[in-house]
Design a protein around this ligand. Sequence first.
Ligand SMILES: [Zn+2]
Length: 467
Amino acid sequence: MYTVSVTAKKILQRFPRIKRRAAQLLSLMPLSARLGRNFWTWYAFYEESECWSQEQMAAYQISTLQHLLTELKGSSPYYRDLLLGVDPASIDSVQRFQQFVPTQTQTDFSSQFERIVAQNLDRRVEHSSTSGTTGKAMQFYHPYRDGEREWASVCHQWKRVGYIPGQSRRVEFRGLLSKGSLVEEFPHRNMIRCSILHLGHEHIRVYAEVIRRNKINFIHGYPSAVALLADGIKTSGINFPQPEAILLASEMVLDWQQQRIRAAFPEARIFAHYGCAQRTVIAGWCEYRQEYHVLPLYGLTEVDPETGELIATNLHNTVNGFVRFRMGDAALEWSAEPCPDCGRPYLLRIKELAGRLEDYLYAPERGWIPSAIMTFPLKSLRAVGEIQFVQKEQDEIVIRYILKSQSQEAEAAAELQIAVEKFQEMFGREMNLSLQRVDSFERGATGKWKWIVSELDRWNYLRERRE
Ligand SMILES: [Zn+2]
């Protein structure tokens, strides 16, 4: 979360020992210096504004939006054209915003990138990109030190389950590690990272030890990875340290994953948030409801009334604007009323996320089936490690799988036979299902794999659902 200059970055790449030393030195610095002034400014702002009225919040959003559009119109050729004849000062409501500014697709963004980027670009911008697990990776910039604002936004949400920035200690089960290592330590971030590719009993034993030694009190990870960890803890009987809370992110949280996590960590609070690399939306559960409360200071979020697709504006990125950006993620159920339990003026409230639109399979007799439903037959799998559905034709699905260990082949075959029977019922008899054993799935830079790979078009499904 701290920025380094280009030269410093080169030095660190060439001399990894210096990187470790720098991290140690940084860990000795006072907390305020470590997290940055920008971080603490935003953290305080969030605390203050969560008690605002809805009117105050809406007024803040509109004035920030006007400022953003003015900046973009002045610095970006793309937005100059897009906002031709539009006076940003006249955008005084979300309705007017929708009326005068069209939505942008990911394709618009990628093809127009050179024209979107501000002409007066500060060389110190932050570089960012999407993970590339869902198609092509996107490259883009955030303003200098914007990572501190991002981190403050995440910490503001985690505070709901007791996370204290600078004090709480996290283990990450997300992302990838340097080749071959099981654990990496980041003392300056009060964090260690364990390998999500190694979740066998022998590895879990190592993680339990490292987590204990580092006095870790929060687990942060992909729901899929934490669920696998939880399974391993249950089946091995390892005495694994109990965290205060489990912070889930980066993937949809499925009910059965939560049940497995709950089984291994009965006392921990479970919290999930939804965010994205473009920093257009961030939304987290509250203390009382497993519904995503969109943080309005962070971005302006709309929902396409036809498809449920999220359309979101990063209110703070003036170096390469994301304005009315189509996220490719959809909400199935949402509310424009604030949460009756916590009372925060946070809108929208997303009761159910459909996830990536790619996460659907099609069955001729059943129509489009969301991923959450498909997970039920997988609950009983013990010898099968991971699974992936590949659909290229409407009536054909290949189920690819990885064994937990080579010795469990016979058990896996028996389990899969039962699962395939259940899938056959779910997809209907016209569906041709086949199994394919593989050694690994392709993973993006963040270590996530797509568990559903579909080449069919799902937009129609969501459109029909709305009608
Ligand atoms: Zn709430």
